[in-house]
Design a protein. Structure first.
Length: 232
């Protein structure tokens, strides 16, 4: 299985650049990335992104914190384009499972990206409230799970096994930290992995000869020492 690569970015210039790359199959955004990109008006900025990202899948996240506001925002976001996935957090800021809104949007045939998933238990709860007839991405924050000192592969494999046979359900390895995460995602059977622009650029080193890597590293250290005029 080849895991699809999505670029995790909200900067329009970067999206324009990476949209042209065939290796990038889609994009994901979130309110934090939108803020960092300088967005002032969420809707108008998203519409500008969609003028660049016309066909590849892209996720825009709601930022409401309860059923009513999430529903209102989700229905609006869904009208922005056929390639749009509505991003819904698995829980709100109080830790309440958002199963009610996930179930309702799923029944309305709205494509969703369920985000901020950290456990096999959360994955199972999501799968229990959807009809599996409409496309759903389950974004598991594998990178942050690893930061907690826990092997994320167990959670990713569990999610993959739960979703196996359901073509409309895709698992996503989120919050990637290094290029090796691509290898991990593929051996877990994960459908999608999100990478930052920096990690996508670093993919050029995949399969590189380690002896050559060693030589290049030593040369870099040597050249930098010479240019700095270091002496002892």
């Amino acid at each position: 299985m080849i895991t699809k690569i999505y670029c995790d970015i909200a900067d329009i210039k970067q999206i324009k650049k990476f949209y042209k790359k065939s290796i990038v199959k889609g994009f994901t955004t979130n309110p934090t990335l939108m803020r960092k990109a300088g967005a002032k008006d969420y809707k108008s900025y998203s519409k500008k992104i969609l003028k660049v990202c016309k066909k590849k899948p892209i996720s825009f996240e709601v930022f409401g914190d309860n059923y009513a506001t999430m529903k209102d925002q989700a229905l609006k976001i869904n009208t922005w384009g056929k390639n749009v996935y509505v991003k819904i957090p698995v829980v709100n800021s109080n830790g309440k499972f958002m199963g009610k809104i996930i179930k309702e949007l799923n029944k309305k045939n709205i494509k969703m990206n369920i985000t901020a998933v950290y456990s096999a238990k959360q994955t199972k709860k999501i799968l229990n409230v959807i009809n599996k007839k409409t496309k759903v991405i389950i974004s598991i924050f594998a990178g942050r799970i690893a930061n907690a000192g826990i092997d994320p592969e167990d959670t990713m494999k569990y999610a993959t096994n739960l979703a196996v046979g359901d073509d409309n359900i895709e698992t996503l390895w989120a919050s990637s930290r290094e290029v090796f995460n691509i290898i991990q995602a593929e051996r877990c059977g994960t459908d999608i992995i999100t990478l930052t622009p920096g990690l996508i650029k670093s993919m050029k080193d995949l399969g590189k000869d380690l002896n050559q890597f060693s030589l290049e590293t030593v040369k870099m250290f040597y050249d930098d020492a010479q240019e700095s005029g270091f002496t002892l």
